[in-house]
Design a protein around this ligand. Structure first.
Ligand code: ZN
Length: 241
């Protein structure tokens, strides 16, 4: 399976590269066709080898922007264009201008949108102190669980930045799936890591087409050689030590 990661959608021309015009998103959806699956289906199959290399595409949004509700949910999920998505929330931003309120997040959760944590203050966790790291992981998790009335086991690393210390702390905090920004199929180099392609407004449609045809196509020489030699995981464990 392939996981795509978006941030904000806009009816206006995008103001920064993390924001995507609605027309650009429509083109992406057209390229995906009927391959887009709900988070429920993804979660049911993400551990099974049979689901591992399928063509299915999962959509995720980070940062809790208002457009998760007003566009992704109201205009795409509620109208049947897409079967759902995952939304990763930085808790300190809830209710801020341009971000979703608790009421919206709770409604998304009730509607089958999978809500995950994106920490509290959206900081680079690799640079956080042990106490800060623990707080970002555990307080955001318990706040979401209290609001949504269900377990929250998914976490997305802010800025896609992580290390072994960060993922070990996240697993200790009770998360079971950790979402990164890396090329390739959904399964990362450790079973609890999930790779996503970050879709920015400067990402060309042709690149999207290539990625959907083969999510390994854009990977570099280091991946190609280390995969062939069977040492990719070891290389990554050393890199993120
Ligand atoms: Zn983020």
């Amino acid at each position: 399976m392939i996981i795509l990661n978006y941030h904000e959608l806009s009816e206006q021309p995008p103001s920064n590269k993390w924001c995507l015009a609605r027309e650009a998103f429509d083109i992406h959806l057209a390229l995906c066709g009927d391959r887009i699956i709900s988070p429920g289906k993804f979660l049911a199959h993400c551990d099974t080898p049979a689901g591992g290399r399928s063509d299915d595409v999962l959509i995720t949004f980070d940062d809790g922007f208002l457009s998760d509700y007003t566009l992704a949910y109201e205009q795409y999920v509620a109208t049947g264009c897409i079967p759902g998505f995952m939304s990763f929330i930085p808790l300190d931003f809830v209710g801020q201008p341009g971000r979703m309120s608790w009421r919206m997040i709770e409604e998304l959760s009730r509607a089958g949108i999978t809500i995950g944590s994106h920490g509290l203050a959206h900081i680079d966790l690799t640079k956080a102190s042990d106490a800060e790291l623990e707080r970002e992981l555990t307080v955001s998790k318990s706040m979401l669980e209290e609001r949504l009335g269900q377990q929250v086991g998914l976490f997305a690393f802010p800025y896609g930045r992580f290390s072994r210390r960060v993922w070990e702390a996240a697993l200790r905090a009770g998360y079971t799936q950790l979402y990164t920004i890396q090329l390739g199929h959904h399964g990362g180099f450790e079973p609890f890591l999930y790779s996503r392609l970050c879709m920015t407004s400067d990402f060309a449609v042709e690149q999207m087409r290539v990625h959907l045809a083969d999510p390994d196509a854009m990977r570099g020489m280091a991946w190609q050689i280390s995969s062939k030699l069977g040492i990719y995981r070891h290389l990554m464990l050393w890199r993120y030590r």
